[in-house]
Design a protein around this ligand. Sequence first.
Ligand code: HBI
Ligand code: FE
Length: 285
Amino acid sequence: MTGETQHNLRGDYSRMRPDYTVEQEWLGYSPEQHELWRRLYARQAALIPDYACDEFRDALRDLDFGAAIPRFDAINAKLEPATDWQLVAVPGLLPDLTFFDHLAHRRFPVTVWLREPAEFDYIVEPDIFHDFFGHVPMLFNPVFANYMQAYGRGGIKAHELGAIEMLARLYWYTVEFGLIDTKRGLRTYGAGILSSGGEIGYCLESPQPNRIGFDLLRIMQTLYKIDSYQESYFVIRDFEQLFDATAPDFTSYYERLKEREPYAASTVLASDKVYNRGKLVSGAI
Ligand code: HBI
Ligand code: FE
């Protein structure tokens, strides 16, 4: 929601608390909505063994929430003992600071509304399927869970420093669209990919996009696409690398980055560790 106003957001913001949380009102979901959830889940779950990292795959299998739209309180009963995180229900996208504050307190905001059947393959704003299927399994991994909290704390600071745009690129290229180098080959842990029927195969198998080794400052200097598959994906070695990269104070990084022009999403640099150099023809997707 960086740099945007709220008027065109989907979702009912009229009954929220000051921290933007609402009741999930699980009994209000219709049988058709539960059926749509089952179809979304079945399509996506079938892709997970080939494309998701083991941490995501194992958590998804243990949680087994494919039969109906899950109840947040039932998942919280498992999540709190595992990593001390909890899910909170929200109407949709939140103002940056509100979002960061929840993460900094180990609360993950999950949108309550589900997309329409016509949006089965593609949706612009995050709905409950993206937020839940894509994000929740990774919150069971202790190192990743700590990274998410560090991101929230960093976001509050970036807000004070006028650097949210740079930090948001880190979230985009890791939490939403990140790849990881595993013994079984490249896999994904990114929620934007894991909740997408098309991009999950594309990001790992297509010759078109760049796949480049994780580099914190380079990522924070790189623009991203919100309306097409990504032109570049960044690959971490393990979740410790992600957590360790966010341990230092970013203040001096932002000062350096503010003096530089951002890179286009398609850029490959001589200093990049290249897993795949994209064969993307501009405008091809
Ligand atoms: N709100 N509910 C919700 N979910 C997000 O992923 C989200 C948000 N608000 C802001 C935001 N993401 C990003 O713009 C920040 O990471 C910068
Ligand atoms: Fe997301």
